[in-house]
Design a protein around this ligand. Sequence first.
Ligand SMILES: [Cu+2]
Length: 337
Amino acid sequence: MLKNIYIILFLFTNLSFADHKHNDEDPRADSHAPIHIMCDHYHKKNEIMLSYRFMMMGMDGYLKGSSNATYQNARTKPDGSNYMIVPLEMNMKMHMIGGMYAISDDITLMLMGSYLDNEMKMKKHSNGNKKTMKSSGWGDTKFNILKKLHEENSMKIHANLGLSLPTGSISKKDTMFSGSKGTLGYGMQLGSGTYDLLGGLTYLKKLNTFSYGLQGTVVKRIGENSKDYSLGDMYKINSWIAKPFNDKCSSLSLGLEGVFLEKIDGSHKDITIMSFAQDKESSGYKRINLSAGFNHVIKSMNNIRIAFEFSMPVYNDVNSVQLEKDYSTILGLQYSF
Ligand SMILES: [Cu+2]
């Protein structure tokens, strides 16, 4: 992973030597959406943008439906019998590396890869032993085409259509309480295992003193993966408002995101259900996240962009019982030339 960061840093530091005309005529900080939102902007012909994002997410405690749940709830299967293992908490770290290239003023291509580090702490109920299971590696690779639909002075509308390639593993294993290797739960796997169709529509309005945007996106799984299941389709609506300041080189934003993730279809053929983390019944949710973000453009460094965002659920309704998402933070760097 470090190697990739070095490559990115190398590109960032060395490309400034290249004799190029800088095309980013609008270095206003809020001309990019809050950093967790993908496919939020397109570029002018021949512009290239490289980006790096680092996300951390923590889960702790339990939810059953939309209510807080107890350890006992977390041990209970939908049929009333008990799981032998109970998840205690989960932490996820994700590095995302992206590239954008505008083949025309109307069409921008985008490629994004990710590297994940997952940890889940589990407890064996019968003897109280605890164990942290881990998985890490490359996630799925997403390719998108962004098409400008409408642009006037203050308003922009564009669509994106894409494909997610199943480069992330769905057969990650770790040592179980028995001492032998076993397949980890759905949330610890790195990819979907299926080709996923991506689609979205983004509306941006930029006024003199503030800006706002609205984006709807869909992830539709195509068929079933090699382990006989498919993750649920995902629907998202993002809305945000941003206020520039500091000569418009900085902006603060507030965002609301609605996410609807459907339940897993089929079930992983190598998984033995020891806890709800391995049970497809405990997958899928409806969630609303509230976020606060900061974007900054460093004019003295060729308009390199730095952004940060903090997000937490304000509404959560999960299928069966699941770990409760506490927060996520995301840090991003973007450089275009
Ligand atoms: Cu870009």
